[in-house]
Ligand binder design. Sequence first.
Ligand code: FAD
Length: 485
Amino acid sequence: MADSSFNNTNLLACPFSIPDPKASATKVVSRWSDTHVESPPAIIITPNSEEDVVSALKFAKLNKLTVIPAGGRHNPAIPINSKSLYLDLINLKSIQLDKQYSQVQIGGGALTGDVIRYLAQEGYFTTMANSNAVGVVGCLLGGGNSSQNGLIGWMADNIMSFRVVTAAGDIVQVSSSSKGEELALFNALCGAGHGLCVVISATIRIYPLSSLNLSPASKDDPSPSIWSRTLIFPPTAIDSAIDAFLAASPPPEPMNVIFGFSRGPPGTPFAGKPIVLLTSTYYGPASEAEASSVGARLLHPSLVEKAVKADTVQIPFANANNAYEPLNDHGGFKSMSSNRIARLSPRALKDAYGKYLAVTDKYPDAVRSALMFHSFNPSKLAELGATPEGEGRFVEARDRGFCTIGVMWSSEPATRDALAVLYDEAVTILQKDDEEAGLPRRVFPGIMKFLPGRRDLFSGEKLAELDRLQEKWNGDGLFWSPYKA
Ligand SMILES: Cc1cc2nc3c(=O)[nH]c(=O)nc-3n(C[C@H](O)[C@H](O)[C@H](O)COP(=O)(O)OP(=O)(O)OC[C@H]3O[C@@H](n4cnc5c(N)ncnc54)[C@H](O)[C@@H]3O)c2cc1C
């Protein structure tokens, strides 16, 4: 489609569309959250190849547009406006398995669920987000927190190489064996990589599923499966739930424990009512999970009798994220924030719960908001960070075993604003114990608001390096970047 508002569309050999500037922005760009979708982008380009990406960047420069690469469309913080070139990577979703070198190469637009299912079917796994709809590259550029942290580290720890198109239009392959500025770029892409280039593909280390010794899903279904235990408590049992969560932390390496405040989903007996969740997954044999001290605690009748629901299920590996599908709905005002925490006290958790309750009581459209806490064993993360390769990558606070995750979900602007305040106040409470121990705040770059507070992301040394790399690789601001000083 040609359009008189741009003179250079002859550069584009791939599909593109020029939205009507008066159209509804959120109809033109459907994504997980409508927050920051200010107006339709100037143009949407859908490259089929790396050469198409080079042309799209050239086009952006000639027309003074800011490039927004889009994968899973799950990042709520990226602004879209009339100066944006929306680079839709939907056609770059290839998955190429290389069993000989224990690696998989995925396209820049590949989605988490597709990669998990493909690898599971071939008998492999790697570290992946907890949402099937999240873009693999969009996630790993921010570090990539996952349920496999305890076993194999973050996504950023498992990257072997990237093929990228730079702002200058060069196609470059970067890896930990690159030298000089290309090595520096590789390291930044592993954890602080948004807004530096367009990733055409990423090569990621993979592991045989058989190494986990997973139990079969059922008597009739031999597929390897994950042990999963869920307890739902009424607010009156919050103290017991908090004690059980903190006693379970840090869990064994194959285990994750998630604790959180939420409201019952529609169609359940607790619809709209506050509930306290305690769930655990184990990436190993079910018998080992249940024999562990955490497993035994979660199964103990003295805890179970306080819960309104207690279930243990085996989830086929390929379906690991299916239960979270309702969280992937597009639209509405949503945002997410996450902080890395070393210490949490019962008092801090209870005070944060009080805040959650007050705001979600006052604003009925906040009913789908939640405040969650992911606990994992950070030993592997710390071990990887102590290697020369790990030190270079942009993953910090590796010895912290808690991630807070605030999901702020509303339909009214006033509620959106109240939820933002709630999360900030809750984090101040939750970080008190760390602060008293002299630990600096650490926002998790993969799920940050991308607004003020950048200084809480990394050490001063890493931030200075990031400023330098932004200047080197994105000096003219071709890519929208959360890290621009
Ligand atoms: C429901 C939900 C669950 C989540 N779960 C997790 C989780 O388990 N672990 C975790 O760590 N994070 C998680 N996140 C956060 C998520 O990883 C980030 O928001 C991530 O940026 C989303 O990537 P995307 O491709 O889906 O989003 P998009 O909005 O499409 O992309 C976000 C940004 O990523 C960059 N980007 C994406 N692809 C490329 C590319 N090929 N080349 C260059 N830049 C690119 C661009 O800057 C782009 O603007 C979750 C988010 C949601 C909403």
